[in-house]
Design a protein around this ligand. Structure first.
Ligand code: HEM
Length: 408
């Protein structure tokens, strides 16, 4: 294998399975200087233990200079210290405390019911058709619907929001479901659709200031940030953070999870017959599909990572996806094993920035797997799979499948 591997080359993820490249790097240089673009670069951390070192060493690293490779420095500077994911202490724990009220178990339990009401008709519709694109017709709808729930978007506006989120975060195809059938937003490109969402939330924030409820937007508006309230800009940035965090990830876990089940019929059988528990199945889908390929930190001072000397100002990129296949932490790591235990994956990161939406993502995957196991007998690919071209999201843009009730 070439000595100059660039794990941030999006082509690596578009063209096939990167597992062999990751394994080679873990074995030969678990922490290495990754040129990207030529002449510049960052430290790439490929293995589990050094990734934990960085996650845990919050004193030495900041998120306020960006948390992903290639982000626009001006956009990061505008959001740093205001948007949760690019905010360090002391603001981070205060802001997280406010937003967390929307993710407590009582709220998540009610969402489980709501998710079932979304997922069942989508799967039923897929069963009626000869073939469906699982990404646009099922997986893309779920995170958009869950975001509407936690923000309490009025029912009458949900189909528009679901369509807009799908356009803003999906491949270049919109959703084609009942939820979007009355949507007037056809023909918008991704940036326009994202701007429309932003405008929508501007109105929603205004409305919630007048009529607060139990949703996350009201929690942010009401919350006390050490003697002051969040500004509209801060509330909006965090609405956007939630929409982005939910949509760019859960969709890929659902679609790639379905593909893994198709490729591993024994595991599908174990799920269908109840031979494996649903919670361990969800965790294995999360580990195996690792939708967030990496997160980034910037060193605030000189520090050692996995035996390498990292200088103040250097970017350090933690490849969660590769750490999740580390053979020193996971037995037979490239095997999709729904009964895997323990399963201490890094799919949601680790430490103070551990994914705020993890309970929601888990519920969504749980209900999806349950509904598939209850209603679907056989699943097969019906055409070429299109993988996403990205070094941040490991995902699938198009997954043509046939779902049938029949098990033969
Ligand atoms: C399978 C689905 C998901 C994956 C793989 C995922 C992954 C991640 C990861 C790796 C982080 C840590 C970032 C860092 O350390 O810099 C994170 C943070 C975050 N995620 Fe998720 N996420 C998922 C679903 C969601 C959902 C459904 C939501 C919202 C409803 C969400 C909202 C957030 C937010 C707001 C943060 C920032 C937390 C903080 O900085 O304290 N995510 N996510």
């Amino acid at each position: 294998m070439s000595a100059t591997i660039d794990v941030a080359d999006p082509g690596l993820y578009e063209s096939g399975d990167p597992a062999a490249t990751w394994a080679h790097l873990r074995a030969t240089k678990p922490v290495f200087w990754n040129e990207h673009p030529p002449g510049r670069g960052f430290w790439s951390v490929m293995s589990y233990r050094p990734a934990l070192e960085v996650y845990r060493n919050t004193g030495a690293f900041t998120s306020e200079l960006g948390m992903r490779v290639g982000s626009d420095p001006a956009a990061v500077a505008a959001a740093a210290g205001k948007m949760l994911i690019v905010t360090d202490p002391p603001v981070h724990p205060q802001l997280r405390g406010l937003m967390n009220s929307a993710f407590v178990p009582r709220v998540v339990a009610t969402l489980e019911e709501s998710m079932r009401r979304v997922i069942e008709p989508l799967v039923e519709k897929a069963l009626e058709k000869e073939t469906v694109d699982f990404v646009s017709e099922v997986a893309a709808v779920l995170p958009a619907a869950i975001i509407c729930d936690i923000m309490d978007v009025p029912q009458a506006e949900r189909s528009t929001m679901i369509e807009l989120t799908s356009q803003a975060f999906g491949a270049s195809v919109g959703v084609s479901t009942d939820f979007a059938s009355d949507c007037p937003m056809d023909g918008l490109d991704k940036t326009e659709a994202h701007s429309e969402i932003f405008l929508y939330y501007t109105d929603l924030v205004e409305e919630r200031r007048r009529n607060p409820g139990d949703d996350v937007v009201s929690a942010m508006i009401r919350g006390d940030m050490g003697g002051r309230r969040l500004t509209d800009e801060e509330v909006l940035l965090n609405c956007d953070g939630l929409v982005t965090g939910a949509n760019e990830t859960t969709r890929h876990a659902s679609a790639a999870g379905l593909m893994a089940l198709i490729q591993n019929p024994d595991e599908w059988r174990r799920l269908k017959t109840g031979a494996v528990g649903i919670d361990s199945a969800v965790d294995e889908v999360l580990r195996y599909t690792s939708p967030a390929l990496h997160v980034m930190r910037v060193a605030k001072r000189d520090v050692e990572v996995g035996g390498q000397h990292v200088r103040a100002g250097d970017s350090v990129v933690l490849w969660n996806s590769s750490a999740n296949r580390d053979e020193s932490e996971f037995l037979d790591p490239d095997r999709f094993d729904l009964g895997r235990t323990p399963n201490r994956h890094l799919t949601f990161g680790m430490g103070p920035h551990f994914c705020l939406g993890a309970p929601l993502a888990r519920v969504e995957l749980k209900v999806l797997l349950q509904v598939l196991a209850e209603r679907v007998g056989r699943m097969e690919l019906t055409g070429p799979v299109k993988r996403m071209r990205s070094n941040f999201m490991w995902g699938i843009d198009r997954l043509p499948v046939a779902l049938t009730r029949d098990i033969r």
